[in-house]
Design a protein around this ligand. Structure first.
Ligand code: CA
Length: 342
């Protein structure tokens, strides 16, 4: 089940059809869309009266990116559903588009192993991933007895010792306002060029976490650098109190937590044929595109030329944090083993 792409804005569509089970076994349905969609299914032969909702997605997912996990909106992969050969099961898809790009696709996975080559069978798709420890560089800021006054943070860049002064920050800042005031430093420091996360926890007079700002006497902010980097994100942070009288202290990444080492260098993909024979791709640079990685695999692995497509999955924000791919076989007349990144 698949819609055309980029058809219209502010629109909705309903898709209706029958799924005829090619074998008596378990099936699992996958759905992607931009922007919102759901899929309902009848579980009785030839019955379209009251289909049950099995999938729902409330956000924009890349086209046919079935295994996307970073933006995990609702459920886009169903439970296994037992269906009987030859029976007709009603499917109904609903798709809503607000603006910009749009698409809607549904795929099915068949549990039975020997359906390879069946023209109704989904082409085999594998998931490949290489990662490392996801420990991010983290800085902590503590503000006690916050008032409405302001301060500035001056960041010392560890690579060239230059100073970057933030925009003015309220001593009662939200986590988002803090992010906006300081993100320029992290995004533009040549050695880093990373986005950041910020979060905020309040503590009351007893040192107990509270969600009520009026009870809070201490605010603790964490600044997390999303890209894995070598060394600390900052060598020092100076607090310049312009109008606030709050107590503000900074714990640097060397105290709170440094980044795990980023991925560097090259990797290879191990290809495994149906009979277990292993071969290897040529070397692939960590930051290379999915097309180049596919070329290197086609060229190094035996009997695969032009039989695979490789797409970046979106699990990692930066290549330095890890790489993951969706590997799709096209026209391969055998059931390959599990490929791996080595
Ligand atoms: Ca859209």
């Amino acid at each position: 089940m698949q819609s055309p792409q980029n058809e219209a804005d502010q629109s909705g569509s309903i898709y209706k059809g029958w799924f005829v089970a090619p074998a008596t076994t378990n099936y699992r349905f996958y759905m992607t869309c931009d922007d919102f969609c759901s899929l309902s299914m009848g579980t009785t032969h030839m019955d379209s009266a009251e289909p049950t909702e099995i999938l729902k997605n409330l956000g924009n997912v890349d086209h046919r990116d079935w295994w996307e996990t970073r933006r995990a909106h609702w459920n886009r992969i169903s439970e296994w559903i037992s269906l009987t050969e030859g029976e007709h099961y009603y499917l109904q898809g609903h798709h809503l588009e607000s603006g910009w790009g749009d698409h809607f696709s549904v795929a099915v996975e068949i549990e039975k192993a020997d359906t390879t080559g069946h023209h109704h069978a989904m082409k085999e798709v594998q998931y490949l991933s290489v990662g490392t420890d996801q420990h991010y560089d983290t800085t902590r800021i503590n503000i006690t007895n916050a008032d409405d006054g302001q301060f500035i943070l001056a960041f010392q860049n560890p690579s060239d010792q230059s100073l970057y002064k933030s925009n003015p920050i309220s001593a009662s800042t939200t986590a988002d306002e803090l992010l906006y005031a300081i993100e320029y430093y992290y995004r533009n420091a040549e050695f880093m060029r990373s986005n950041i996360y910020t979060n905020l926890t309040w503590y009351d007079v007893n040192g107990t976490e509270t969600t009520n700002q009026t009870e809070a006497v201490q605010s603790v902010y964490y600044i997390t650098v999303r890209k894995l980097i070598t060394g600390p994100s900052v060598s020092n942070i100076l607090v310049i109190k312009t109008t606030t009288t709050a107590t503000i202290t900074v714990d640097l990444p060397s105290i709170v937590g440094l980044s795990a080492p980023p991925l560097t260098g090259k990797y290879r993909i191990k290809c495994v044929a149906a009979d277990g024979t292993e071969s290897f791709s040529h070397d692939i640079g960590i930051t290379w595109s999915d097309n180049w990685a596919n070329n290197q695999m086609n060229n190094g692995c035996s009997r695969l030329y032009d039989l695979t497509e490789l797409y970046h999955a979106s699990d990692f924000d930066y290549a330095e944090n890890g790489r993951s791919f969706i590997l799709r076989f096209i026209g391969l007349n055998e059931d390959p083993g599990q490929f791996e990144i080595v």
